[in-house]
Ligand binder design. Structure first.
Ligand SMILES: Cc1cc2nc3c(=O)[nH]c(=O)nc-3n(C[C@H](O)[C@H](O)[C@H](O)COP(=O)(O)OP(=O)(O)OC[C@H]3O[C@@H](n4cnc5c(N)ncnc54)[C@H](O)[C@@H]3O)c2cc1C
Length: 378
């Protein structure tokens, strides 16, 4: 197995090391689950993660903060065993992130349900004509009858179709662009909320296009203040972008573990692949990319947990580097597995498909570059 001494780094406290050890044991005993029906698998994973107590870490009570190192360790560890389990955990946190940070006592009742595994959460920002450019969001929330009426479409919504509660960003029009958006908590049972289409992707998970046709929500559904939706969502992404980097790290570590086993066992010209210097060079590069990614991920998480109000620069660096580096590491793992690397059912083949979307969602790699450059130039 690849080196795991990073847990000794000063970024962590004893409670993090204890959590990582007990989660590792839990994952070994319970994962992976059968993915034949991804929607059913995700529902069952949420229930399992709730029952086992891991989802308690996906939200924060009023006056508390989300512990980003804990979120990262959980995503990293689960990613090494089962990408769908990692996804199920992450979405409970992301979907309810705005409520953890800014929710009213009434909205926090949903958080209780998502943290126990009784309810499933989703985060709905992206639209057919507004992805990277969040300021172009066209879904409207018009004040009416003591609340709002939502109209529009959201696409690529993870957990779309199985979620019980959606955090939706919609235009309330206080100002042009990003300053005229507000965040709403919308139950899946709301009349007018419709799953238009399931979306198939290379690493299947619940994903859908959702339509809101005159969906009425009470004023109490508004998270934070009118016009603060963009700011709220960026605060949530500030936390969860580092955790995307952590998930990438988990996939990359698994790829290295698989590769170490493979190159020791597989022979070429009478010698194990592991004894060929060019193979050793690739192993060194994989280990180096993993450690560099881990340093950036846990630096960002530690900084947030140490009280920094925003960590946009550090989170962007963590997400950008860790997801790109994991892509390179897994690609090399496939290469070193030879033909078996691209064979359906092989772990590295699955990792190769699973890592790709992480460079796109929650801000594509070039969007992270823009955030870093703006911070350097300011
Ligand atoms: C598997 C998966 C799960 C997802 N889950 C969710 C979810 O749960 N909730 C949700 O709201 N969304 C979700 N998304 C959507 C995701 O966040 C968007 O796909 C992403 O933000 C990119 O938007 P887009 O697809 O519209 O691409 P576009 O905005 O069209 O961008 C395409 C490419 O153009 C380039 N680009 C765009 N803007 C810039 C710029 N300003 N500067 C430089 N280059 C730029 C980048 O290379 C980018 O990759 C998910 C997507 C995937 C693939």
């Amino acid at each position: 197995m690849a080196d795991r001494s990073y847990l000794d780094w000063p970024f962590f406290e004893p409670r993090h090391r204890e959590l990582a050890a007990s989660l590792e044991a839990w994952c070994k005993a319970n994962l992976p689950v059968d993915h034949a029906d991804v929607n059913a698998a995700c529902v069952s994973l949420v229930r399992m993660l709730g029952k086992s107590g891991w989802l308690r870490h996906s939200g924060a009570d009023a006056g508390e903060t989300l512990d980003v190192r804990t979120l990262c360790l959980i995503r990293e560890t689960m990613a090494g065993y089962d990408g769908l389990a990692e996804f199920a955990f992450a979405m409970q946190g992301l979907g309810m992130g705005a409520v953890s940070l800014f929710g009213t006592p009434e909205q926090r009742l949903w958080l209780e349900k998502t943290r126990s595994g009784a309810a499933i959460a989703a985060f709905a920002l992206t639209e057919p004509e507004a992805g990277s450019d969040v300021a172009a969001i066209a879904t409207t929330a018009t004040p009416a009858l003591g609340g709002y009426v939502l109209k529009g479409e959201k696409t690529y919504i993870s957990n779309g179709g199985i979620a019980d509660i959606y955090l939706v960003l919609a235009r309330t029009g206080e100002a042009p662009g990003a300053k005229g958006l507000s965040a709403f908590l919308v139950p899946a049972t709301s009349p007018g909320l419709e799953i238009v289409q399931s979306i198939d992707v290379i690493a299947p998970h619940p994903l859908a296009l959702i339509r809101f046709t005159d969906v009425a929500v009470p004023r109490a559904a508004l998270v934070g203040k009118p016009g603060d939706g963009f700011k709220i969502c960026m605060s949530v992404l500030d936390i969860f972008r580092s955790t995307v980097g952590a998930a990438a790290l988990g996939f990359a570590r698994r790829a290295l573990d698989e590769t170490l086993r493979r190159v020791k066992a597989r022979k070429a010209a009478g010698t194990p692949l592991a004894e060929l210097q060019m193979v050793q060079g690739h192993i060194a590069d994989m280990a180096l990319e993993i450690d560099a990614a881990a340093l950036l991920v846990y630096r960002a998480a530690w900084k947030k947990d140490s009280g920094a109000a925003r960590i946009s620069r550090e989170a962007a660096m963590a997400k950008l580097f860790a997801t790109e580096a994991a892509g390179r590491t897994i690609d090399m793992a496939v290469q070193l597995h030879g033909g078996d690397g691209v064979r359906s059912g092989m772990v590295v083949e699955r990792l190769y498909r699973e890592i790709r979307a992480l460079r796109i969602y929650e801000g594509a790699s070039d969007v992270q570059r823009l955030i870093i450059a703006r911070s350097e130039l300011s």
